[in-house]
Design a protein around this ligand. Sequence first.
Ligand SMILES: C[S@@+](CC[C@H](N)C(=O)[O-])C[C@H]1O[C@@H](n2cnc3c(N)ncnc32)[C@H](O)[C@@H]1O
Length: 303
Amino acid sequence: MTLSQLKKHFSDSLSEVYTDSESVFIFQIFTEDILGLNNFQQRQSADLELSDENANRFQQIISELKTGKPYLQILGETEFYGMKIFVDENVLIPRPETEELLEFAIKKIRDARFEMQDVNNSEFSEEKDTKTLQLSGSPIKILDIGTGSGIIPLVLKKHFPKEEITSIDFSEKALKTAKKNADFHQFEINFIHADYLSLELNKNFDVIISNPPYIGIDEDNEIADSVKGFEPKMALFSPTSDALIFYRKIAEDSKKHLNKNGLLFLEINQKLGQETLALYKDFSHSELIKDLSGNDRFIFGIK
Ligand SMILES: C[S@@+](CC[C@H](N)C(=O)[O-])C[C@H]1O[C@@H](n2cnc3c(N)ncnc32)[C@H](O)[C@@H]1O
């Protein structure tokens, strides 16, 4: 079978699951992964004969894709914030909104670091900003709740290598993947296996950041089968009908365990913006922030 024949077979076989353009996109990704050919090389290789082994690999992938399994889970990795991240069936596949959360958080943490150092030189370049942060005094302490694949601590560690990051997850399997990602990037992150909802924090933090489960257990009819069937339920659903259970605990913990002027960054259920924001009214500043699609998606707070 040639590459162009395989491409047609791929699209035809998946026509009930994917549109033509989606199939082409996914085919390109697997062709690059299996044959090591970039898009340009793939276009030049229409007549390339596939070995039986490679043809069988594609057939296996088609069978898995037909079940509705997300292609990134089959591929086993994705790119997030410019970083290679291993993913599997035990972790939430990173979402673009979380990149937005991190972009915002990085800017705010950097600004806060500057203020703490009383550096006020508008001529500082981006590069100098980072260096100043790296050279700053004692590390700030960051708590990430519900780490999944570890994308939040990984991206923060890349931008703030000297800061101390603790990440909690209740799923041992998710933590295994998060540790694999941390090892791959050679980052030191303090991973803790615990049920956050019953955990008593025993130290204080300067930053709390979280993308916790935020769908009430009785709202599962609102989630597409392709998500529910393949992504971990623990990552999506609150354990009770209270979709805000994690946010209430975070608000409670922030009273004692978030330092004065500490920063809070949360990804939230777009339908519960005002209710979620109300939990943080004791903060000196708290605001609802929209994502690029215009939905209420994040909360930023300063204690
Ligand atoms: C929405 S996912 C977010 C994962 C990752 N931070 C991200 O943004 O892609 C929520 C995570 O919270 C974890 N989780 C669920 N219940 C938890 C609990 N009671 N304590 C700690 N972590 C929990 C899940 O295992 C999952 O990894």
